[in-house]
Design a protein around this ligand. Structure first.
Ligand code: NDP
Length: 448
């Protein structure tokens, strides 16, 4: 009766996983992608970002090498080489995603798909029908409506700049803003971060936020709080940015990282009976089903937790629920996440403020230490780790870290937190010495 059992709009992390698993369950699946298979994370997000983060670490590594007896000759950074190598890797991953879909028996349409009715999609000049439709269109960076905004970029363009900017201003205080401020600064740009409030990374643990501020400044990022951009003017020597606080400066690039909005405009969703929230996100139930029967949504477009691994879990759960006869509701509690700022941050569970609100009586343990690697080079940078336990049960309900390798360390800690282990279980665990990770099993003193 229908051309396909499932038509997926958007071949990002969530859409690809949902399509692949659904096809493996014997269903006829097609997916439409208007840009490149792989989505934000692979094409212009997590993956290229992390490659740029690696590149930006070398300036410090070269400095620190001297403390270990190495003499590094004069070093020189070439942006064009980095971007060409990064593009090659992204092309490779894009190819892998394309072949994954093909090998799974999923048909791919190149083009923008628009719903014509709850079971009909128009894409690449064709009209196709499907029993179920999955919206997995992700999100898109926001831009403010200010004079001269056409001169500014978002992270999308930052990955493809022709020239490396010697002076950069990054606007925002979230994940993308602090990550790119670190990248530009590490690669040698004079970097200014402008945030509308007084501490970056709202929603993260306050101690961690404070530490990031200190360490970013120590590394040379100029941070300006409590203001936003009023206008941008192009002039002979660069872009003149005027801030609402009256200050102004001239830079080579202005990058906005002020959040992302769900990509639902012009998809014909509301006409098909799909309810959207005020910010355009598809409203879904615990099983990712929208208000329209047979139309589901996963990933950033639902504005639940905008992280690739979450979208993948949601896509997988959708496939099992709808085509596997096995209702699975993706879990959104204790989701670990990392910010690849410099130093990096990783976290799982509740912040101290959230824990106090939810549990009342809590025990907080902290460790403030200098990573061993920084001793010989004499680097001032410090790391910080924190555990929060429910006083009544002893269960660890939050773990946070800022410092080298924090994402690698917290991934393991997240298993313990997710499993509901207690502080006593952490204490009973033998340390790996010498490491930074051992701090999490050696925190003996409660903080007052
Ligand atoms: P975020 O929502 O993390 O941060 C947006 C920032 O912009 C906030 O600091 C916000 O301020 C500020 N802001 C919002 N509107 C304005 C405005 N009109 N003028 C000035 N400032 C404004 O968005 P990002 O774009 O950084 O990232 C989007 C999402 O992508 C993240 O939430 C995350 O889920 C995901 N992501 C994850 C990464 C990772 O896992 N490492 C990396 C990159 C992205 P305020 O705090 O006051 O609201």
């Amino acid at each position: 009766m229908y051309d396909y059992d499932l038509f997926v709009i958007g071949a990002g992390s969530g859409g690809v996983r949902a399509g692949r698993i659904t096809a493996s369950l014997g269903a006829r699946v097609a997916v439409a992608e208007e840009y490149r298979v792989g989505g934000t994370c692979v094409i212009r997000g997590c993956v290229p970002k992390k490659l740029l983060v690696y590149a930006s670490h070398f300036s410090e590594e070269f400095e620190d090498a001297a403390g270990f007896g190495w003499q590094v000759g004069e070093s020189k950074f070439d942006w064009k080489t980095l971007i060409a190598n990064k593009d090659r890797e992204i092309d490779r991953l894009n190819g892998l995603y394309i072949s994954t879909l093909k090998n799974a028996g999923v048909e791919t349409f190149e083009g923008r798909a628009v719903l014509k009715d709850p079971h009909t999609v128009e894409v690449a000049g064709q009209t196709v029908t499907a029993r179920y439709i999955l919206i997995a269109t992700g999100g898109w960076p926001n831009m403010p409506d200010i004079p001269g905004i056409e001169h500014a970029i978002t992270s999308n363009e930052a990955f493809h700049l022709e020239e490396f900017p010697k002076r950069v201003m990054v606007l925002g205080g979230g994940y993308v803003a602090v990550e790119f401020a670190g990248i530009f600064n590490g690669l040698g740009s004079e970097t200014t971060l402008v945030y509308r409030k007084d501490k970056v990374l709202r929603g993260f643990d306050d101690d961690i936020r404070g530490r990031l501020d200190i360490e970013m400044r120590r590394k040379g990022v100029n941070i300006v709080y409590n203001t936003v951009v009023e206008k941008i003017e192009k002039q002979a020597d660069g872009l003149k940015v005027t801030l609402k606080n009256g200050e102004s400066c001239v830079v080579d690039q202005v990058m906005f990282a002020i959040g992302r909005s769900p990509s639902t405009k012009g998809l014909g969703l509301e006409e098909a009976g799909v309810k959207l929230s005020d910010n355009g996100a598809v409203i879904v139930d615990d099983y990712s089903r929208s208000s329209a029967d047979h139309i589901y949504a996963v990933g950033d477009v639902t504005d639940r937790i905008a992280l690739t691994p979450v979208a993948i879990k949601e896509g997988h759960a959708f496939a099992l629920t709808v085509f596997g006869g096995q209702p699975v509701s993706p879990q959104h509690d204790n989701v670990a996440s990392a910010v690849f700022s410099q130093p990096p941050i990783a976290t799982v569970g509740l912040t101290e403020t959230e824990a106090r609100e939810k549990y009342g009586e809590i025990d907080v343990y902290v460790s403030d230490f200098k990573p061993m690697k920084y001793t010989l080079p004499g680097r001032e940078e410090r790391a910080f780790a924190k555990l929060i336990a429910d006083r009544k049960t002893g269960r660890v309900i939050g773990a946070h870290m800022i410092g080298p390798d924090a994402p690698e360390i917290i991934q393991g800690i997240a298993i313990a937190v997710k499993a509901g282990l207690k502080k006593a279980d952490f204490d009973a665990t033998v340390a790996i010495h010498p490491s930074s990770a051992e701090e999490f099993v050696l925190m003996m003193n409660k903080r007052d």
